[in-house]
Design a protein around this ligand. Structure first.
Ligand code: V4E
Length: 216
């Protein structure tokens, strides 16, 4: 299982030029269609768990043990997020069931052949959007930089480093800090992700609930 350590940043007219200057190599462009799921009571997102279907595959992003224990570290680290990425469907079923704690079906394994597990757990799609993504790498440093343009008009960049669970998070944070410095990123405010902007516009009640629980 991998952990994604990431810092978002606001793109501007100079971002592409800067990337070129620091030797970032474009490794591809893609359209990403995401559908996010939760119960009507927001069982998952209120626990900072993000279940999505992307390119036909299921993914669950959830907080790492450190994040759950509230460890934040220094200021630079607090600009970053870290999430475990679970892509095994049986494991996703287990984690989601643990949280939703439905009595019915709790003992039975769900079929992986169809999507009946969604309705059994009362999961519905609450957000759906497409992102045009350009990805760059700084090969020698194991850093990926994504420039995302969401179809609802939000443009955001991400500097990310993947580590294994229990891997060297400090080293990842340092790589991100150095890359941010090279890109000339200033500011000590966390930049909003796509979901933040999407929910604020489309589901203000859900958004307000997540804000009040300090999830977003
Ligand atoms: C973790 C999370 C959400 C799920 C989407 O994560 P995000 O990294 O924003 O999307 P994307 O498309 O870049 O995923 P990737 O391709 O990198 O896997 S939605 C909200 N969160 C929590 C969250 C947060 N609290 N603060 C920030 C700055 N980002 C995300």
């Amino acid at each position: 299982m991998s952990v994604e350590v990431e810092r978002k940043f606001l793109c501007n007219a100079d971002t592409l030029k800067k990337l070129e200057e620091i030797g970032a190599v474009c490794v591809g462009q893609q359209q990403i269609h995401d559908q996010y799921f939760d119960t009507p009571e927001f069982h998952l997102t209120l626990r900072d768990m993000w279940l999505r279907k992307r390119k036909g595959c299921w993914e669950l992003k959830c907080p790492t043990a450190e994040a759950q224990s509230g460890k934040q570290g220094e200021a630079a680290a607090s600009l970053c997020t870290r999430y475990k990425e679970i892509t095994s469907l049986p494991e996703i079923h287990l984690r989601v069931k643990e949280v939703i704690k439905q009595d019915r079906e709790s003992e039975a394994a769900f079929s992986q052949e169809d999507e009946s597990w969604l309705s059994k757990l009362d999961l519905v799609c609450f957000a759906e959007f497409t992102t045009a993504r350009c990805s760059f790498t700084l090969k020698e440093e194991g850093v990926q930089i994504d420039l995302d343009q969401a179809d609802f008009g939000y443009h955001v960049g991400e500097i990310e480093v993947l580590i294994s669970e229990g891997g060297d998070e400090q080293a990842a944070l340092e790589k991100i800090r150095k890359t941010a410095e090279k890109l000339g990123l200033t500011g000590d405010q966390r930049v909003k992700g796509k979901m933040d902007v999407y929910l604020k516009r489309n589901h203000p009640e859900h958004y307000a609930k997540l804000l009040s629980e300090h999830i977003l």
